[in-house]
Design a protein around this ligand. Structure first.
Ligand SMILES: *[C@@H]1O[C@H](CO)[C@@H](O)[C@H](O)[C@H]1NC(C)=O
Ligand SMILES: *[C@@H]1O[C@H](CO)[C@@H](O)[C@H](O)[C@H]1NC(C)=O
Ligand SMILES: *[C@@H]1O[C@H](CO)[C@@H](O)[C@H](O)[C@H]1NC(C)=O
Ligand SMILES: *[C@@H]1O[C@H](CO)[C@@H](O)[C@H](O)[C@H]1NC(C)=O
Ligand SMILES: *[C@@H]1O[C@H](CO)[C@@H](O)[C@H](O)[C@H]1NC(C)=O
Length: 395
């Protein structure tokens, strides 16, 4: 009984491990929920190794990021000063050189906190075309040309509010709000050909823009932030759609290795060394010419903490509708115990006590479990009503 209980616990703890998807490339180390520094490091490896994206994961190329056309100013064409200014065919370069500096909130339950991603981009370049029409006193503007913008030492903080969606019993994040905060050392901005047919004046006005980039930025900040929000949203949204949140992290199931000494709060006994009390292996009525009792006590098993789950089935939302099947491999189980053997074989009575040790190597076990659901305090608890183990070992 003890053995199967413990196996069941070990196996169920590790089962999530199997549910993890194989899609995330091996180079990207998975982290535990909430392990911020590990998450920062993995994000940086992902950015460095896959600037062209990973389509299967919904990760788009980040070396060249398209952005939507945007209207910066759209004044009524009346009065002495008005400006209409559109950017189109915009492309961003430089996201591939992003360094993530800090993250927050990637917890097991990210909806309860705000997710934050902090990063730095040495040079974020926007290239595209612009169209500008306007009037400044008596000067009429009607120009189109190439625009170039370089945000130098660009720092950003993204705050994300997310909701959870469940699909196939997995949790997927959906962004419902993304707020960017940005900051930079300098904004270099250049519009070619701003005053058609007057190159000197075009150069002059560009110098004015660049000398006063702070004012210029302040005026454009709300608009720019909207653009950044949509760019960042585009980068994350498809990944969140394709890769479940649970698959992004190490399964909690590795708990059995994380807590070899058990967690008494949840009834998890120590797994590195497991004791279970007396068991009777053979028992017969003490009568007749041949009988034998064989009892084992003070059993000590070592090696359950090294179990690896190899297969699970049936952990559905309604677990009682289907049997649960768990398979695992245990590289080695060492058993130490004391045995008592009592009996009679024809004329000989024997009564001995001794030490017993066994070494089970490469054990493959499959448990077929039927459960009942019990309700306590409005929660569902599983009760095993039938458990059939099948066991196979190398020696
Ligand atoms: C990104 O970094 C590489 C290597 O430092 C550099 O060659 C490239 O120009 C950078 N890209 C941008 C857009 O700054
Ligand atoms: C600006 O130029 C375009 C073509 O280059 C022309 O169609 C448009 O009427 C001009 N607008 C103004 C306000 O002069
Ligand atoms: C196990 O057996 C020993 C000796 O036979 C006895 O003293 C002890 O109480 C038993 N323990 C349990 C849990 O049955
Ligand atoms: C479990 O794994 C650890 C680390 O690989 C090893 O040192 C230990 O001996 C293993 N336990 C058993 C019982 O094989
Ligand atoms: C065997 O030994 C135990 C204690 O050593 C004793 O209690 C028991 O009665 C003995 N059994 C027989 C069949 O002699």
């Amino acid at each position: 009984m003890g053995m199967r209980d413990i196996l069941f616990i070990v196996l169920s703890l590790q089962l999530v491990g199997l549910l993890q998807s194989q899609m995330i490339p091996k180079e990207i180390k998975k982290c535990r929920f909430g392990e911020s520094q590990c998450i920062v490091d993995s994000m940086n490896v992902l950015i460095k190794k896959f600037p062209r994206g990973i389509p299967a994961l919904g990760l788009k190329p980040i070396d060249v990021v398209d952005i939507r056309n945007s209207k910066f100013w759209n004044d009524e064409k009346v009065g002495a000063f008005w400006l209409q200014f559109d950017l189109f065919d915009q492309v961003n370069y430089g996201f591939e050189n992003t360094t993530i500096t800090k993250v927050n909130g990637f917890d097991e339950n990210p909806t309860s906190s705000l997710i934050e991603i902090h990063g730095r981009i040495p040079s974020l370049i926007h290239k595209g075309n612009y169209l500008s029409q306007g009037r400044v006193w008596i000067v009429e503007l009607n120009s189109t040309g190439e625009s170039f913008s370089d945000f130098q030492n660009f720092r950003f903080v993204l705050k994300l509010k997310v909701i959870m969606e469940y699909r196939n019993n997995k949790r997927y994040l959906k962004i419902y709000k993304l707020t960017p905060f940005v900051n930079m050392d300098r904004w270099v901005f250049w519009l070619d050909n701003f005053f058609e047919s007057n190159t000197d004046m075009s150069i002059a006005i560009n110098h004015v823009f660049n000398q006063h980039w702070v004012e210029f930025w302040n005026e454009l900040e709300p608009k720019n932030l909207k653009i950044f929000a949509s760019v960042f949203r585009d980068i994350f949204e498809d990944v969140f759609e394709k890769v479940s949140y649970d698959d992004m992290f190490l399964p909690i199931a590795k708990e059995s290795q994380r807590y070899p000494k058990g967690i008494s709060d949840i009834g998890l006994p120590p797994l590195d060394t497991y004791y279970f009390p007396n068991s009777s292996i053979l028992e017969s009525p003490h009568s007749g010419p041949i009988w034998i009792d064989f009892r084992v006590r003070d059993n000590m098993f070592k090696g359950f903490n090294n179990a690896t789950i190899t297969q699970v089935e049936g952990f559905l939302r309604e677990p009682n509708q289907k049997q649960i099947v768990l398979s695992a491999r245990l590289p080695r189980i060492l058993q130490e115990a004391t045995y008592d053997m009592e009996g009679r074989f024809l004329l000989f009575a024997f009564n001995t006590t001794g030490r017993l040790s066994s070494d089970f190597q490469n054990i493959r076990i499959t448990l077929t479990i039927k459960t009942l659901v019990e309700y306590r305090n409005g929660k569902r608890y599983l009760k095993i009503y039938s458990l059939k183990p099948t066991l196979d070992l190398d020696r």
